[in-house]
Design a protein around this ligand. Structure first.
Ligand SMILES: N[C@@H](CCC(=O)N[C@@H](CS)C(=O)NCC(=O)O)C(=O)O
Length: 214
C-alpha cells in the first residue's frame, strides 16, 4: 500500500470495526495505518470533531472516518468493506454474489441488531429496557441462528470462511453481546460463532492503541 490508511476514532467506538479488520490483515498501527485521536467528550464541543478539517471529512461529525489518499469515507461498515475490497484475499468477497452478501450482513448488523444491542450497552431503560430489547432480539437471533446452522462463518462454501462479514456482524452481536454478558444459549449456533469470531487474536487491541477517549 503506497498511502497509509488513516482512521479517526478510538477503539471504544465503532472505529473498533475497521481497526479489527486492519489487524486481521496483519497491519500495525503507525507502521501500516494511522490512528487519529478524536478525543472526548463525544457530546458537546470537541476540538477535533468540531474542527473545519474534520467536518470537511464528515459533516455528520461522527467517528469513525477513514481517509486513504483521496478517498474519504464515514460509516464503519462502508469503511470495512472498502478495506476488504482494497486488500482482497479470503477476507473479502470473491464473487459479486459474495460481495453483495457481505454488504447484506453489514446492513443487517446495523439495521436489525445494533438498535437492540447498543441501548443495552448503555443500560437504556434499566432492567425494563433490557427485557424489551432482549424480546426484540429473540426473532432476530433465531433468524441468525438458522443462517449459522452447520456453518462456522457467514460467507463461503461448506462451513464458510472468516470474512469481513463476520467482522461487521460480530462487532455488533458478539462484541456488544459479550460486553453485556448476553445469554446466547437459546441460539447455540450463534453462541459458537460469537466465540469463534471474538476470540481471534486480531479482535483484541494491542497495548499501543487508544482504548478509551480521554
Ligand atoms: N452508523 C455510524 C454511526 C457513527 C456514530 O454514531 N459514531 C459515534 C461513536 S461510536 C459518534 O461519533 N458519536 C458522536 C456523539 O455522540 O457525539 C457508523 O457505523 O459509523
Amino acid at each position: 500500500m503506497s498511502e497509509k490508511i488513516t482512521i479517526y476514532g478510538h477503539q471504544a467506538s465503532r472505529a473498533s470495526r475497521p481497526y479489527w479488520l486492519l489487524r486481521e490483515y496483519g497491519l500495525e498501527k503507525g507502521k501500516d495505518f494511522i490512528e487519529v485521536d478524536t478525543g472526548g467528550p463525544v457530546t458537546g464541543y470537541n476540538e477535533v470533531r468540531d474542527s473545519a478539517e474534520f467536518l470537511a471529512l464528515n459533516p455528520y461529525r461522527l467517528i469513525p472516518v477513514m481517509t486513504h489518499g483521496e478517498v474519504v469515507l464515514y460509516e464503519s461498515q462502508a469503511i470495512c468493506q472498502y478495506i476488504a475490497a482494497l486488500l482482497g484475499g479470503p477476507l473479502s468477497g470473491q464473487t459479486p454474489a459474495e460481495t453483495a452478501r457481505i454488504n447484506m450482513y453489514g446492513l443487517s448488523s446495523i439495521s436489525n441488531f445494533e438498535p437492540n444491542f447498543l441501548p443495552m450497552v448503555f443500560r437504556q431503560g434499566g432492567d425494563e429496557g433490557r427485557a424489551r430489547y432482549t424480546a426484540n432480539l429473540e426473532p432476530l437471533l433465531s433468524a441468525l441462528n438458522s443462517e449459522l446452522i452447520n456453518r462456522d462463518y457467514l460467507i463461503g462454501e461448506s462451513r464458510g470462511r472468516f470474512t469481513v462479514a463476520d467482522v461487521m456482524m460480530a462487532s455488533v452481536v458478539g462484541q456488544y453481546g459479550r460486553a453485556i454478558k448476553f445469554d446466547f444459549s437459546p441460539w447455540p449456533d450463534v453462541e459458537s460463532w460469537v466465540q469463534l469470531t471474538t476470540r481471534r487474536d486480531a479482535f483484541y487491541p494491542p497495548r499501543d492503541m487508544k482504548v478509551k477517549p480521554d
